[in-house]
Ligand binder design. Structure first.
Ligand code: B12
Ligand code: SF4
Ligand code: SF4
Length: 331
């Protein structure tokens, strides 16, 4: 009798798991997997990374460390993470920025070329959480995208969605790494997938060699203080002279360690997701307009875009740096 109940439990679990995954596909997620929530096997790497000071001014990473190391503590009673990937690749990079075409335009990382993904994915994940509650009556479900104390890449690897490359990105073998990760934590008994154990980087080291600021201190170890993405988005202060030079041509974020990755070159395909349609005013913004630093016009133009994170002062700092670097580079 007990065996029957156990077997029925397993059958229901897999039926419910299939239903949740099907709903994720209907909602527009490109890939979905289920991760178990045992303590993070790479907790030591996180401690070493934080102790080395590589997080710079991102002090929230220190505060969140204990939960990141033990994701079951994030939501009381949570048993699994439903982990999703959403492709944001837009294909050919920066058409307007060919040399000499328009010196007044800024270079922006692809993930920021459209409306802020936190809002778009947040709404989709809310719908997925509602679906989990419907499919497993009585279940609790909470969603996270980028903002919570979750080890998102680690959970995606555990959910079988890809491996963590030498550039630290989660790489899906069929799509590359230009993807957002979004997570629903739940106490529903869904069946975990097998982790993605293979490391498909092999002997390649293209990302490590291409990084314009030599920000990788070792494969898979990034000193964020030298990373252009950190400097232009997260760094909470004005630039010193050395920092200003490090950002080079990049106004916001950086894609170099992804652009050179053979898994992106071969497998990344442009998204057809209408909610991630390219907005020219964020994909290639006018640098001189950012210099004026007017909070009202900034809010009107960029209030619903990723530029909100550094804000009007941060974007003015970045634009000043790019223009200074261009002046220096002129013969
Ligand atoms: C802080 C942060 C940053 C910082 C620090 C980046 C870094 N490499 O740590 C800065 C501002 C520099 C940054 C930049 C970018 N970021 Co960011 N960032 C985050 C954030 C909020 C936390 C990451 C973190 O905890 N870093 C600390 C390090 C130590 O932890 P970790 O990256 O999780 O690494 C773990 C694993 O590597 C594991 N580990 C170590 N060794 C091994 C070995 C094996 C075999 C395995 C399995 C695991 C493993 O241990 C580590 C600790 O748990 C996450 C969202 C989140 N909540 O996770 C987004 C996130 C990682 N960022 C993202 C993106 C898109 C970017 C950029 C591409 C944006 C851009 N174009 O400018 C760049 C990429 C730079 C790069 N090469 O990493 C995406 C990545 C999606 C993906 N497919 O991987 C995330 C997941 C946000 C999201 N929800 O989509 N980011
Ligand atoms: S995002 Fe740019 S600066 Fe940062 S590690 Fe990658 S290539 Fe280097
Ligand atoms: S560029 Fe090469 S080493 Fe770097 S993440 Fe891609 S496959 Fe791995």
């Amino acid at each position: 009798m007990k065996k029957d109940v156990e077997q029925k439990g397993r059958a229901d679990t897999s039926r419910e798991t299939v239903a949740v995954k099907r709903r994720a596909a209907e909602l527009g997620f490109d890939a979905v997997g289920i991760a178990s929530l045992e303590p993070n096997a790479h907790a030591r790497e996180l401690d070493e990374w934080l102790d080395a000071g590589y997080a710079g001014t991102m002090t929230y990473l220190h505060r969140q460390a204990e939960k990141r190391k033990d994701p079951a503590r994030i939501m009381p009673g949570a048993k699994v993470a439903v982990v999703t990937l959403t492709n944001y690749f837009h294909g050919s990079a920066h058409p307007g920025l060919a040399p000499g075409v328009s010196p007044a335009l800024g270079k922006v990382a692809q993930y920021a070329w459209s409306t802020d993904y936190h809002g778009v994915l947040g709404r989709r994940l809310e719908r997925l959480a509602t679906a989990v509650r419907e499919i497993v009556p009585g279940a609790k479900a909470r969603c996270y995208v980028d903002a919570g104390p979750l080890p998102e890449r680690e959970l995606a690897q555990r959910a079988g969605l890809g491996w963590i490359g030498k550039n630290m990105m989660l790489i899906d073998p069929g799509r590359g790494s230009f993807t957002f990760i979004g997570v629903v934590l739940t106490d529903a008994e869904l069946a975990p997938d097998l982790p993605f154990e293979a490391d498909r980087c092999g002997t390649c080291r293209a990302c490590l060699d291409a990084c314009p600021t030599s920000a990788f201190v070792a494969p898979g170890v990034l000193d964020a203080r030298r990373c252009i993405s950190y400097l232009t988005i997260e760094h909470a202060a004005e630039f010193g002279a050395a920092e200003q030079r490090l950002v080079g041509e990049w106004l916001f974020g950086c894609d170099v360690c992804q652009d050179v990755c053979p898994w992106n070159v071969k497998f990344a395909r442009p998204t057809r997701d209408v909610e991630f349609r390219v907005r020219p005013e964020v994909a290639e913004p006018d640098l001189t307009a950012l210099l004026d630093g007017n909070p009202e016009s900034f809010q009107r133009r960029f209030g619903d875009t990723p530029f909100e994170r550094p804000g009007v002062a941060g974007m003015r700092r970045n634009a000043t740096a790019v223009l200074a670097n261009r002046r220096r580079a002129r013969p």
